[in-house]
Design a protein around this ligand. Structure first.
Ligand SMILES: [Zn+2]
Length: 231
C-alpha cells in the first residue's frame, strides 16, 4: 500500500451510472492507473445497479485476474487483491496451525500416554505439561504458531512443558545431521557417529540417547538393550 490520497486527487467527470445511460454526470476521483496493493485500476466499471451510485472500477490483480471493486473500498484499503491475498494468508495460517496442532498433540503423547514410544523419555522421567496447555488456544497464545522446520524444545531438559521453559527450535533432524558429522573416538579410532552406528549395526536412536545419558561410546555401541538383557 503506497497510495496516499494526494496521489489521486485528480477529479474527472464520469457518467454517474454508466449502466443507466443517464445524461447527468457526477464528479468522482479518477482511479484509472492507480494501484491499490495488488490491484491496478484499468477502467471505470458499470455500477452494481441503477440505484447504487457508488462508483465501481475494473481492476487487474497482480495474479492476472480481473475484478470489480468499489472506489471507496479501494481507497480505504478494504480491497487489496482479487481475493488471492486473503487465500494465501489463510493457507499459510492453516498450514502453520496444523503444524502447531501436531506439536501440541505430541507433547501430551510423550508426557501422558505410556503407550507412546517416547513416553519413557518424557512422562516416565517426570516431564509434565502446564495444565493450562490442555487448552490448545492457550498453548497457541503462549507459544505462537510453530514456524515451518521448527519443533518445540524445553530449555531445561528436565523441566516441564510450559511457556517459560519452551521455545521453537530448528528441528532435531537438522541438528542431528550436524551431529552425525562430528567425529567421535572409540576403540582407539575416530570416525563419525553415523559410521560407528553402521559399523556396529545398532540403532542410531539408541546410541544417541545413551550418549546423552552419559554412556561412553564403547558402551553405547556394544551394550545390549535392557529388554534383551532381561531374558
Ligand atoms: Zn489476485
Amino acid at each position: 500500500m503506497t497510495m496516499s490520497s494526494a496521489e489521486h486527487k485528480e477529479v474527472v467527470e464520469f457518467p454517474a451510472n454508466v449502466n443507466a445511460g443517464r445524461s447527468y454526470f457526477m464528479r468522482l476521483i479518477d482511479r484509472i492507473g492507480q494501484r491499490y496493493d495488488r490491484l491496478l485500476v484499468v477502467a471505470r466499471a458499470p455500477n452494481a445497479s441503477e440505484r447504487d451510485t457508488n462508483a465501481r472500477w475494473s481492476c487487474k490483480c497482480d495474479c492476472g485476474r480481473m475484478v470489480l471493486a468499489y472506489g471507496h473500498d479501494l481507497a480505504r484499503g478494504k480491497v487489496k487483491s482479487c481475493g488471492c491475498l486473503n487465500a494465501e494468508r489463510i493457507f499459510k495460517h492453516g498450514k502453520s496451525r496444523t503444524l502447531t496442532y501436531n506439536v501440541w498433540k505430541q507433547i501430551f503423547q510423550r508426557c501422558e500416554n505410556p503407550k507412546s514410544p517416547s513416553y519413557k523419555n518424557y512422562g516416565a522421567r517426570g516431564i509434565t505439561v502446564d495444565p493450562s496447555w490442555r487448552d490448545f488456544e492457550t498453548f497457541v497464545a503462549d507459544m505462537g504458531d510453530c514456524p515451518e522446520g521448527f519443533s518445540i524444545e524445553r530449555v531445561d531438559n528436565n523441566g516441564p512443558y510450559c511457556k517459560s521453559n519452551c521455545e521453537w527450535a530448528t528441528s532435531k533432524t537438522q541438528r542431528n545431521n550436524t551431529r552425525r558429522n562430528r567425529r567421535l573416538k572409540a576403540f582407539g579410532r575416530e570416525q563419525t557417529l553415523m559410521q560407528w552406528v553402521e559399523e556396529f549395526n545398532v540403532p542410531w536412536d539408541r546410541v544417541r540417547s545413551r550418549l546423552r545419558y552419559g554412556w561412553t561410546l564403547e558402551q553405547a555401541l556394544t551394550e545390549p538393550p535392557l529388554y534383551e538383557r532381561k531374558h
